[in-house]
Design a protein around this ligand. Sequence first.
Ligand code: KG4
Ligand code: ZN
Length: 336
Amino acid sequence: MNILGIETSCDETSVAVISDGKVKSNLISSQLFHKDFGGVVPELSSRAHLQIVLPLLKKSLIDAQISKNDIDIVSVTAGPGLIGALLVGLSFAKSFAFSIGKTFIPVNHIEGHIFSGFLMEEKPEYPFLCLVVSGGHTLLLIVESEMKIKLLGTTIDDASGEAFDKVSKLIGLGYPGGPKIQQYAEKGNEDAIKFPVAQLKSIYDFSFSGLKTSVIRFVDKNYTDRIIPEKDLPDIAASFQKAVVSALTRNVTSAINNYEVKTISVVGGVSANSYLRNSIKEIGSKQKIKTVFPSLEYCGDNAAMIANRGDMLYRNGKSFELNYNAFASLDLSIFL
Ligand code: KG4
Ligand code: ZN
């Protein structure tokens, strides 16, 4: 069984082929030009997807050593994401599936991330606790099976990746912020500045906007015109990173104290963060719970995770017509 995956929800165009459960190709083209604008410009993103998606498909088939007629399923991200960017992938996937006469499967992007641990050799075991940390989402979930997901908590304001990106921009490190903050944090003292970690009524929810504001206040109080000398950046980055990771690990700890889970899986762009990975691994080893992280190529947006989820939906008997209104129907809550 050959499954094609297509991902165009934000600033990565990706095409992948999974054959009998093995990733045969996973090409990712990142739109680096957005950094000149300090964030993703939706219209430019759509146009860039349009230019690259067909060449990526051709190369992906060559890498996987199959022809287009060998494809059995065409799966594609249908949301959430930037509407124009999604439309490029979705329209492309629908027409391609129609032209080769094969099954079309729209996939929820977040579900793609949630199950990305299954692309690894060592897979999550059900039920598993899943922490989704990306640019647009921060979710804590109990994944009971392929088709049963229970939402425990979410962010009430900014997503964790968004917090990394906003603070990075504020302190002059640019976009995307996560990798830059991590890089500076490695040279800094995480206890140099006490940034607050929000305490919410629900022990599973998150809030990062207060933290962002306190970094703004710190910068405004200590530096004129927000110009921060290079030597001060590592301590700010490390202290901020520690505060974000403390909020994430605190809720993960609450969840494993209250739910019996066999695995903790952290997924999404921020799961590439090594400080977060180490903190979660520490919790796992203390509590004797297996931890699973996608490898770096599967942390950020990628089509392998979309093909993988498309495969799961297909095996669970989900079928979709080409005129399926993915935008209206596909949201995470259908599985709650
Ligand atoms: O999952 P993703 O690629 O796209 C969305 O679905 O949003 O996540 C992108 C987010 C960005 O906010 C980026 O700054 C963050 O992931 N990120 C990181 C790291 N690498 C990427 N955050 C913290 N540490 C990293 N090493
Ligand atoms: Zn994503």
